[in-house]
Design a protein around this ligand. Structure first.
Ligand code: 5CA
Length: 444
């Protein structure tokens, strides 16, 4: 992409309404625009980031055996009356009445709808287990939408739902998602720690939140330090095998959010390993058994002919929140530092003298080569002065910068800068292109 053809409305001024770094940087980098409290347009740069996050989530859901589908954003109130959550959900639910005076709502989550879908088609234990998911916009009329996309009212969520014959089988589904989440966040360059958590309006009594440690996080958390650096299981995990030992490894050490925190248990962790911190919740998994299947009569016939409500769990990832969370975890005073896997473009090409024939030609050559290599370059071909190009490239945080100017070209060299370390090196264009090609591997 060429900057001259793109839409990249970066801001010089720091927007006054933004309280935390990620919100400030998303506005300044021209990633999002607020349309109403907690409701955002995703401008082209932000949208690419959102799509990259979504794609990693999708790949890891598929790897774990979940099947993608798409449910609507608008739901009929009847479904929620069946489960008993229509009144219980309270003011967070955006309620809508259509022209025929039918009560509708903008879905805050989809347990009811998936339970209804399941009961329409599945009647026998032979069809189990099943795991379905979608990636769809949700609406929760939060009292205090804040921190930009981190606590929005409209936000993009991946939500998966599992159906199993009994609790032991449901536990296996829970474990699959638990492990898939560890890999998902690791691929995004995030260290997410699973912590025992409150179940809130979703229900059930087994739940973990996946939390990234950050000073600006909304939740207070307490955990064993070793959990923070424990490596992800890796993409070669056998999801059909026994995942319990991998889950046990994580759950044996103390980790809890403030809502379920047990001070006495925490004090048993040796003092040098005790970590009390703040964190951002990027995902949550729930096992709630028959909470929805029982009132909604989603039953399956067992081998002995008896009928039983199906055992369910649900598993959410805050896709749009993650865009903010990654920036919170990875930025400096000059701007965002994207991990390679999430970066909206992998390389930024800076032309130091637009209009100089040799410089323009070298930039064009580099651009074509990087497109060819699948590195999706962003070429700043604007008439801006070099200083403005540098600061904008730092602000939007592409992992690599390829800097090309007349002075270097005279000696036959260009410059490469790594955004994360700030390290720069001069080398011939061909070597620079080869080096960049060698960096084109996704994380993990
Ligand atoms: N039905 C379950 C799991 S599918 C559920 O709704 N879980 S949740 O309430 O924990 O939400 C899942 C994830 O969505 C959270 O972990 C969080 O990352 C994200 N999320 C929740 N509320 C918001 C919000 N207001 N803004 C942005 N992301 C949010």
């Amino acid at each position: 992409m060429r900057v001259s053809k793109y839409f990249l409305p970066t801001l010089k001024e720091t927007p006054s309404e933004a309280q935390i770094a990620s919100h400030r940087l998303m506005l300044r980098a021209g990633m999002v625009r607020q349309e109403a409290a907690g409701i955002y347009s995703w401008l082209p740069l932000g949208f690419k980031v959102l799509q990259n996050i979504e794609q990693i989530v999708r790949e890891e859901q598929n790897r774990a055996g979940a099947v993608e589908m798409l449910m609507p954003t608008i739901q009929p109130a009847e479904l929620w009356k069946e489960s008993g959550r229509y009144d219980a959900y309270g003011k967070e639910m955006l309620r809508i009445t259509d022209r025929h005076k039918r009560e509708m709502l903008y879905g805050p989550t989809n347990e009811e709808m998936l339970t209804a879908i399941f009961r329409s088609y599945c009647r026998s234990y032979k069809e189990l287990p099943k795991m379905l998911y979608h990636i769809q916009w949700k609406f929760r009329d939060e009292v205090r939408p804040r921190f930009g996309v981190m606590r929005g009212r409209e936000f993009l969520m991946k939500d998966a739902y599992s159906f199993d014959v009994d609790e032991a089988a449901a536990r296996r589904s829970y474990n699959r998602m638990f492990i898939a989440y560890l890999n998902t966040f690791a691929r995004m360059g995030l260290k997410a720690v699973p912590m025992r958590a409150e179940t809130g309006p979703i229900g059930g009594d087994l739940s973990h939140e996946f939390i990234i440690l950050a000073d600006t996080g909304e939740s207070a958390v307490f955990c064993h330090k070793d959990l923070v650096d424990m490596p992800a299981p890796g993409l070669d995990v056998d999801f059909d095998g026994d995942l319990q030992p991998l889950v046990d490894e994580r759950t044996a050490l103390y980790a809890a959010t403030e809502d379920v925190h047990d001070e006495a248990a925490f004090m048993k962790v040796s003092e040098d390993k005790r970590l009390s911190a703040r964190g951002i919740e990027v995902g949550q998994v729930f096992y709630f058994g028959t909470k929805y299947s029982e009132p909604m009569r989603a039953n399956v016939t067992l081998a002995d002919g008896s009928e039983q409500p199906v055992h369910m769990g649900s598993y959410g990832v805050g896709v749009s929140r993650i865009a903010g969370a990654i920036i919170e975890a990875s930025h400096d005073e000059n701007g965002i530092i994207w991990p390679m896997a999430i970066a909206p473009f992998k390389v930024g090409i800076i032309n130091l003298r637009q209009g100089d024939d040799a410089t323009d030609a070298a930039c064009e050559e580099a651009y074509a080569a990087l497109v060819e290599a699948g590195l999706d370059p962003l070429y700043d071909d604007s008439e801006n002065r070099a200083g403005a190009k540098f600061s904008r490239m730092d602000l939007i945080g592409l992992p690599w910068q390829l800097i090309i100017g007349p002075r270097g070209l005279k000696d036959g060299t260009v410059e490469i800068k790594e955004r994360a370390s700030g390290e720069r090196q001069s080398l011939p264009l061909d070597d620079a292109l080869n080096l960049l090609r060698s960096k084109n591997v996704s994380a993990i």
